[in-house]
Design a protein around this ligand. Structure first.
Ligand code: SAH
Length: 463
């Protein structure tokens, strides 16, 4: 982060604007909107600009800029086409430790102006750090078009009732949940529709009826985080993730997904690598119960889908046993995600009528699978956690009568920008990958559907 965005209170503060033309006036208008009092300095000041400053109680100094113009100001703006004046203003301001902005000259700025969406008291500012003001403005237009016009009224209404609610609900967590509920309720709709009196009455009643106990009840969300690409999260997963006070996550949950949690949420890593169990399962179950019993909203994020080789069942067992409310949110399982991004259809009318998800790793570390049932014509096999057992998988499938030239693919870090797809046959795959560096996690797909690769491939990575 090259800049820290802050919201700066300028009411009645003195702001120096050096420059008397169009550009200076644009900045002056913005400062006036924020309530600043202007001191404008320039040998010549445009008539319209001068009138604007006068109307708003500012002072006009029709003279060349001098260092003393900085006396008592909260900030300074340079908007002249005389670069020596801009430079002098910057240098003086630095010495005086006055924040300074020289228009269109990021190198001479100690602060910059973001693009603004103004729904006062609600403000959204967008900055590209000077890299591309056009991009920031383009984004502003996009965001602007999705926001209700009366957001400001809603913000004011919520502000008016903040104190009252604090008296009623002492816990910050309960208050946050209360407000989230309000935002999803007709009260917010009414305010946004301009029926402020109705919204006000509704809010008053909601506060009178607010029940601290219900709002402070802990809950667990068992959420599928998908195989890696954050775009594959469901809307509900995103909503609950943003609601959570505590997030317990696995090794498989991608950083892009974790980024979407609330900034103030407690993030707890409970990941497991194969043979290196960071936290034994019992401890994870206990932790979930422990946090929920403190009245927290707990999001248990699991790679892929929580109920597919995810021990989601075991976690739900202890939560249910402790009488804690929970929800389960499905996720895109690795088989679906990897297959889609690699362009391998798991079923296909010409090649496969069924698909089977198999784990290549058992609790005790061995692979013991019903090999004889795995070789079925027209069925795609997907092995999770199969990398280490690949030679064994290959040997057993062929021993049970699978053609050794049956197409097979290994997909590493599927759906991420590091995705790699290695295609061979069930006979050749162990040797094909033996010499290569393979990055976890990996998925193995076996079946005639792999034969369509790379005809259906669409997802490009740097590889
Ligand atoms: N619940 C998860 C699976 C957990 S088991 C799901 O539904 O996807 C962990 C195994 O999933 C890994 O060993 C690997 O085989 C597979 N896996 C998960 N994410 C993957 C990814 N992005 N690419 C390849 N395989 C993945």
């Amino acid at each position: 982060m090259d800049y820290l965005p802050v919201a700066w209170r300028l009411k009645a503060e003195l702001a120096l604007v050096v420059g008397g033309g169009e550009v200076a006036m644009r900045k002056a208008r913005l400062l006036i909107r924020a309530g600043a009092v202007l001191r404008v300095v320039a040998p010549e000041i445009d008539g319209e600009f001068a009138a604007l400053v006068r109307e708003n109680g500012g002072s006009l100094l029709e003279e060349r800029y001098r260092e003393t113009h900085l006396d008592g100001v909260a900030l300074a703006i340079g908007a002249t086409d005389d670069q020596s004046v801009n430079q002098a203003l910057h240098d003086d301001a630095k010495v005086a430790r006055v924040p300074v902005n020289i228009v269109d000259n990021p190198a001479l700025c100690t602060f910059i102006f973001p693009a603004i969406i103004d729904r006062s008291p609600l403000l959204i500012s967008i900055s590209s750090g000077g890299a591309s003001p056009v991009l920031a403005r383009w984004l502003r237009a996009k965001i602007e078009s999705t926001l209700p016009a009366r957001l400001g009224e809603l913000a004011t209404l919520m502000g008016d009732f903040r104190k009252k609610l604090a008296g009623r609900l002492p816990s910050i967590g309960a208050r946050r949940l209360f407000w989230e509920g309000v935002l999803d309720s007709p009260i917010a709709e009414q305010a946004l529709a301009g029926r402020v009196d109705q919204a006000r009455a509704g809010l008053q009643k909601a506060i009178d009826d607010a029940d601290a106990e219900t709002l402070s009840r802990g809950e667990v969300f068992l959420v599928g985080a998908g195989p890696g690409d954050p775009d594959l999260l469901t809307f509900r997963a995103l909503r609950l993730l943003q609601k959570a006070d505590v997030v317990l996550y696995d090794r498989l949950v991608s950083p892009g997904v974790l980024e979407l949690a609330r900034r103030d949420a407690e993030m707890v890593y409970v990941g497991k690598a194969r043979a290196d169990h960071a936290l034994p399962q019992d401890n994870i179950n206990d932790l979930l119960v422990h946090y929920a019993q403190q009245g927290k909203k707990v999001c248990r994020l699991k790679g892929g889908d929580p109920f597919i080789f995810g021990r989601g069942g075991e976690e739900i067992d202890s939560i249910a046993e402790a009488g804690i409310d929970f929800q389960v949110v499905p996720g895109v399982t690795a088989a679906a995600g990897c297959a889609a991004y690699a362009g391998i259809p798991l079923t296909h009318r010409d090649h496969a009528q069924s698909v089977r998800f198999v784990t290549g790793h058992r609790k005790d570390g061995s692979v013991s699978l019903p090999w004889d049932t795995l070789v079925t014509p027209g069925e795609t096999l997907v092995f999770y956690m199969g990398l280490v057992s690949l030679p064994e998988i290959s040997k057993n499938l062929v021993a049970q009568g699978m053609r050794s030239d049956m197409p097979a693919a290994l997909i590493s870090r599927g759906t991420t920008t590091e995705q790699e797809v290695i295609v061979g046959t069930i006979g050749s795959l162990p040797a094909d990958i033996a010499e290569r560096e393979i990055h976890a996690p990996t998925l193995i797909i076996v079946g005639d559907v792999v034969g369509v690769y790379p005809r259906y491939s669409w997802f490009q990575t740097d590889q």
